[in-house]
Design a protein around this ligand. Structure first.
Ligand code: ADP
Ligand code: ZN
Length: 721
């Protein structure tokens, strides 16, 4: 063939045909550079019968410019890209982009030039230059990366290079990664663990599609068990991907992995420097990276020989990507395992209802680990009735919980207070006129962050210093915080126990793997008595001396009222409870609530996960909600309110009438304004027999809307905001 069909990395374009020059050898999956008008755009060669385009005469075809020195994307990955694009109604190019490195890294250069401080101080340091050097420390990276880290312009960094205060260093992106050793330090497994491990090892050896649900209580040794499958994949010389729900969990994972396998795995997440990213990408594509641990974006990388996938904390909703291609990494991971014909382990102490259902109908094989490892017992959960046992006015911790913390301090044991709210207070208002501080760009209150002395919008990042006077009535010092965030709880704890050592753990304080490592180190050294944290501390961590968990507001998660609110609350409280009593000392959990009789709370107190799940599952079945029915959200947004509303109405008006399918809306989204755009939502609900994507594609495909309007479809939505 001398004609190649190419999917360019340009979401606005469909596949295009090009002529293959005589001296180029291309095959499906080859990464190429193609002309597009006056520009040159990278793309991937595709099978012509799998990507439709107009027939263009042979002689009108333009020639490909270049083929990159990269391994071609393998067939299973090409099929995964197609599947993802079809299922989530995303352009092929947008999905394809997730498989390739940034275009600057395509060229295959083996070194990257980075910069770092030399320690020499320039002769006339401007304040900007001084700030840059102070903030950089011994950090190394591209000019852009350093500028971002130091919060100065690129020019300040370049000036420092000229002045000799920063020097360039060549970093090889070809350095091999160390090989994990499957037999470095295997644990002695308990009987149930051994049986589970044997299943996984067998499945890895069989090299066929085999999806598992590893359903084990917190502290049952799930990680140790799936590590045996990783070891087997290593022995076979194949690659393993371990997906974690967030970067914060990477650091403790790397440590544990090193203990078991003798060296770190290859990490993949948004915090990598470009040189690290390029090195990791190449090693993944050549097969040199044997074990990759990463956030959801690691799922689309071009592994040369994938032998196993593990999705840890598989119930986590952060596996759902909410911008760009809106996919669910857990579900795509299962599809990848199917296409690669390999085993996949979904590990969780609180599996999602969707996942449990797949196990119930026999599609996934469920492997239970019902007991904690060793002598550790599951902690006892007690409800604290905030109506019977209220905290003093203006405080948030009930007397019962305070007494327990005190007793724990006396015993020299650690406590954890959980509240899933960053900052000091979720709302600030003027005591004089009632003015409430709202984000100018979003339908959201500005959240006070006292540590950094700012009001911040958690949706768009807008910040402002807290004003002294009310902007409405101009009264001075009249602003009051309403409701608690973790910072306010920490204040209360400090006031109650001035001698205790407290730590706040949120994404504001633990914003890098190094910060996470520091926190873990201090906990392990016993340098912290009381942790106040958001969901960031609810999972993954193993602190044997942590024996008390207090849930400050168990009702918080239920207020949103979406499809999964109860399930999510249950999972979150189970997970945070799972931090208590993981060592020899037993753990206790106190759950503060206004409604101790609510199904979620009473199930937790009775330790009746099965009962809770059954009731939830029945409710979903009755309403034909996922996994028994299907949903798709359609979100229309525009800066212009009328354009958004009119487009949403047009979509609603033209909704096809199809049996077993209903369209709700349009209506203003709960987050009616986000980043300065007005938002309208529609919700499509259908039975599983309805080909939902096809219908939505046809329906929206026929419509037109003004340029400033964005219409996005969220298949299997998790957010209803
Ligand atoms: P989970 O992931 O199910 O919460 P972990 O894998 O974190 O459980 O195990 C809990 C703790 O028990 C960890 O410190 C782990 O190292 C330890 N552990 C579990 N199984 C074993 C074993 N067979 N031998 C030694 N330590 C174990
Ligand atoms: Zn905002």
């Amino acid at each position: 063939m001398n004609r190649a069909r190419v999917i360019l990395l340009n979401a606005a374009l469909g596949p295009l045909d090009y002529r293959i020059p005589k001296d180029l050898r291309v095959e499906p999956g080859s990464v190429v550079l193609a002309p597009l008008g006056p520009r040159q755009v990278p793309g991937v060669v595709w099978e012509p019968d799998r990507a439709a385009t107009d027939d263009v005469e042979e002689k009108r075809l333009r020639p490909l410019l270049q083929i990159y020195d990269l391994p071609p994307l393998r067939e299973p990955l090409r099929r995964l890209v197609e599947w993802t694009s079809n299922y989530y109604l995303a352009p092929l190019a947008s999905v394809l982009r997730m498989t390739l490195p940034s275009s600057s890294a395509l060229d295959g250069a083996r070194t990257v030039t980075e910069y770092r401080a030399t320690g020499r101080i320039p002769e006339r340091p401007t304040p900007q230059r001084r700030q840059a050097l102070e903030r950089l420390g011994d950090r190394q990276g591209l000019v852009r990366e350093l500028a971002l880290a130091a919060d100065v312009s690129d020019n300040v960094i370049r000036g420092l290079v000229k002045a000799g205060a920063i020097e360039s260093v060549e970093v090889s992106v070809d350095d091999p990664f160390p090989r994990p050793n499957p037999d470095h330090r295997p644990p002695r497994l308990e009987a149930a663990q051994r049986a589970a491990a044997r299943e996984f090892v067998g499945a890895v050896q069989a090299a066929e599609f085999a999806p598992f649900l590893l359903n084990g209580v917190t502290g049952s040794g799930k990680t140790e068990v799936y590590f045996e499958a990783v070891a087997e994949s290593l022995r076979m010389g194949r690659q393993t991907l371990v997906l974690l729900p967030e970067i914060a969990l990477t650091e403790p994972f790397l440590k544990r992995f090193t203990v078991r396998f003798g060296c770190e795995p290859v990490a993949w997440h948004s915090g990598l420097r470009q040189s690290q990213r390029r090195r990791a990408w190449r090693a993944i594509a050549t097969g040199d990276a044997k074990v990759v641990v990463g956030a959801r974006s690691a799922l689309f990388l071009p592994y040369r020989d994938l032998g196993l996938i593990v999705v840890d904390e598989a119930h986590e909703t952060s596996f759902k990507q909410e911008d760009g291609v809106q996919y669910h990494a857990r579900d795509v991971a299962v599809m990848r395992a199917k296409l690669e014909k390999i085993a996949i382990v979904l590990a969780s102490a609180t599996p999602a209802i969707e996942t449990r259902h797949m196990a119930e109908i026999g599609v996934y094989r469920e492997i239970p680990l019902p007991d904690r490892y060793g002598a550790a017992e599951m902690p006892e959960i007690t409800a604290v009735d905030l109506i019977q046992d209220p905290p003093p006015r203006g405080r948030w911790l009930a007397p019962t919980l305070v007494r327990e913390i005190e007793a724990n301090l006396e015993r020299g044991e650690q406590s954890l207070l959980f509240l899933n709210r960053r900052g000091y207070a979720p709302l600030t208002l003027c005591r004089n006129c009632g003015h409430r501080f709202q984000c100018p760009n979003c339908t959201a209150w500005m959240v006070e962050h006292r540590l950094v002395h700012r009001l911040a919008c958690h949706h768009c990042g807008h910040m402002m210093p807290p004003p002294r006077a009310c902007p409405e009535c101009e009264e001075v010092d009249s602003l009051v915080p309403v409701g608690p965030g973790v910072e306010r709880i920490a204040d209360e704890v400090r006031a109650l126990f001035p001698d205790a050592r407290t730590a706040i753990v949120t994404s504001d304080t633990i914003w890098s793997p190094a910060k996470a490592a520091e926190f873990v180190g201090r906990m392990e050294a016993g340098a912290i008595d009381i942790v106040v944290g958001t969901q960031l501390v609810t999972k993954g961590y193993h602190f044997p001396n942590l024996t008390l968990v207090g849930v400050v507001d168990a009702d918080l998660g239920l207020s949103g009222g979406d499809l999964r609110a109860a399930e999510r609350s249950f999972q979150q409280i189970m997970q945070v409870s799972g931090r208590a009593g993981r060592g020899e000392k037993p753990g206790r959990v106190l759950v503060q609530t206004h409604e101790p009789a609510a199904p979620v709370i009473s199930a937790l107190v009775r330790a009746d996960a099965e009962g809770f799940y059954e009731a939830e599952t029945d409710a979903r079945r009755e309403a034909a909600m996922p996994p028994f029915g299907r949903l798709a959200g359609i979100i229309v947004s525009a800066e212009d309110l009328a354009e958004a509303t009119e487009t949403a109405r047009l979509i609603g008006r033209t909704a096809p009438r199809i049996e077993n399918m209903a369209v709700f809306g349009p209506a203003p989204a709960p987050l009616a304004m986000l980043r300065g755009r007005h938002r309208q939502r529609l919700l499509v609900h259908a039975l599983r027999s309805v080909p939902l994507q096809e219908i939505v594609r046809d329906w929206l495909g026929k419509l037109e809307w003004p340029r400033g309007v964005r219409v996005s479809v969220d298949v299997d939505p998790y957010s209803f905001l």
